[in-house]
Design a protein around this ligand. Structure first.
Ligand SMILES: [Zn+2]
Length: 215
């Protein structure tokens, strides 16, 4: 058996058309060895292979078009809490990347695309082959509960945060489009009136709506 795989054929296309390939037969549906009767490279950068192939099971001769998607190494910067990790990921060069989309890094962790830099500009979406740097945020999220006081009303809100992100007493957060100042934070074993608590330790954050002051 030849050590070749059926389409899609990452890295398969070479300078010369191969003499045989494993392909799925359009007649007998077998994934089997095909003798290549004719092969021609076409398309941009010669990465489309036009074939006439003969099935070794039913001897039917059929036409195949194979596309070779080259792998590219994309530099990535992953923001993980306070750290920024510099690494890279291998992607098919035609893979479309979009800001806000999820992407898994080789370590199996989930990330969100926060920015795409390509050709010295920031793009909302583009193909992996165009990307200079991909900016990611590691999404190991926890849900943080907030009680927000406005006058005599208290509303509850749940906010997704990175587990390592901190909430500080005195910090102003935007909740429901309103600036709210944190006045205490409840954890499993204490109430914090001063300082910061990591999101994963928070049981509830107490805040109240404030009016913006411009100095
Ligand atoms: Zn066949």
């Amino acid at each position: 058996m030849e050590n070749v795989k059926a389409a899609p054929c990452n890295g398969l296309l070479m300078e010369r058309s191969p003499s045989s390939l494993y392909l799925q037969c359009s007649e007998c549906r077998e994934e089997t060895r095909h003798r290549i009767l004719r092969g021609r490279y076409e398309g941009k950068k010669n990465r489309v292979l036009n074939l006439v192939a003969e099935c070794s099971v039913c001897n039917c001769v059929h036409h195949e078009v194979l596309r070779d998607e080259k792998e590219v190494v994309v530099p990535v910067m992953i923001s993980d809490g306070k750290e920024t990790i510099s690494t890279d990921v291998s992607l098919g060069e035609d893979t479309v990347l979009k800001e806000g989309e999820e992407i898994y890094t080789p370590d199996g962790l989930r990330n969100i695309i926060t920015a795409i830099e390509a050709g010295g500009r920031r793009l909302y979406h583009t193909r992996a082959g165009e990307v200079d740097t991909l900016w990611l945020k590691r999404m190991e999220e926890v849900v943080v509960k907030f009680s927000v006081n406005k006058g005599s009303n208290t509303i509850s809100r749940e906010v997704k945060m990175h587990y390592d992100e901190e909430v500080s007493v005195g910090e102003i957060l935007v909740l429901d489009g309103r600036d709210s100042v944190v006045h205490r934070i409840k954890t499993a074993d204490r109430i914090v009136y001063d300082g910061s608590v990591r999101a994963e330790e928070i049981v509830r954050v107490y805040a109240r709506v404030v009016k913006k002051k411009w100095s």
